[in-house]
Design a protein around this ligand. Structure first.
Ligand SMILES: [Zn+2]
Length: 316
């Protein structure tokens, strides 16, 4: 028989872990029992606002009940905000907690993204699943009621969680970005600016706090060098004494004119999209047809294909 003393110790340990034994009702018997509230620290954040809309949307899809956005402080609520404002301790980028306390469920993120990820964790607690980016591969269960008790805490093991998106169908790209947010990605890798030049793509990424980068075999692609195939063959790889024929898109990165052009385009891109964290200048993909010009041979390691001319950086 469990002694009273042991039982008392267990109860104290349970409470010390910050867990509430009382469930907070969100929807009960087809009626909303609480509102969604954004705390002061999260009010100016488009990511936290988006998190609130996502919570409202999926709660409604599960129960058919629309939760109201709280206009006043106090009262039963799912409260969204940044951890710093609440003084909570976190030890990882994008960490979050979901805690039931009194009549409130507090979702706190170390970052704005953490708040959004906390919302998705709560939706997963209620049975939502986002296996793939197509609707048929996602699960949003029908429920008569929603409640939450206890505590969820999570911190990512990896500071950068990136996906390379190679897809030119804008609708599908939108669904992939949506799926990335739900699966806690924080970077997206694109092969050029084609996607990012679209406001719909930029907005979808901004709402989820996903950082854009351009990378992977992007030297010619990003900077549009192929536009000059006909008019300026001198910018392209020289093979057997002829430029721009064998692999007509492959730039010669040591040609001064090509190097200047690339440098100018990088600077233009940084000015246009200062939020871009990485702009890669790796050589184009494919084997053979590498530039044999004197400049490229000079920077070519023995037995290897020529790399991109690092001298481009001094021209920026
Ligand atoms: Zn060359």
């Amino acid at each position: 028989m469990m002694s009273t003393r042991l039982l008392a110790v267990l109860v104290v340990l349970h409470l010390a872990a910050g867990e509430s034994t009382m469930a907070v009702d969100i929807v009960a018997e087809g009626k909303a029992s609480c509102e969604i509230r954004i705390d002061a620290a999260g009010r100016d954040s488009s990511v936290v606002s988006f998190a609130a809309r996502e919570l409202r949307k999926y709660a409604s899809r599960m129960t058919g009940v629309a939760l109201e956005m709280a206009a006043q402080p106090g009262g039963p609520a799912i409260s969204l905000g940044l951890a710093r404002a609440a003084g909570a301790a976190f030890d990882g980028n994008d960490a979050y907690t979901v805690v039931a306390e009194g009549n409130t469920i507090e979702i706190r993120g170390e970052t704005e993204r953490g708040v959004l990820h906390g919302v998705y964790a709560l939706l997963e607690y209620w049975g939502c699943r986002w296996y793939e980016h197509e609707e048929k591969d996602q699960v949003v269960p029908e429920r008569k009621s929603l409640s939450f008790s206890g505590r969820i805490a999570s911190a990512p093991d990896f500071p950068i969680r990136s996906l390379q998106v190679v897809c030119w169908d804008l609708n599908r790209v939108g669904r992939i970005i949506d799926w990335m947010g739900k699966n806690r990605y924080n970077w997206i890798e694109m092969l050029g600016t084609d996607l990012y030049d679209r406001e719909s793509v930029r907005q979808a990424l901004r709402q989820r706090g996903i950082v854009p980068i351009i990378c992977s075999h992007t030297l010619s692609n990003v900077f549009g060098i192929k536009d000059f195939t006909e008019t300026r063959p001198q910018l392209f790889a020289e093979v057997k004494g002829v430029r721009g024929k064998v692999v007509p898109y492959r730039a010669c990165s040591t040609h001064p004119e090509a190097a200047d052009l690339v440098a100018r385009r990088v600077v233009g891109l940084v000015r246009k999209y200062p939020e871009m964290k990485v702009i890669g200048l790796t050589p184009d993909d494919g084997s053979g047809g590498w530039c044999e010009c004197e400049g490229c041979r000079r920077i070519q390691p023995e037995g290897r294909d020529p790399p991109t001319n690092t001298g481009i950086s001094s021209r920026m």
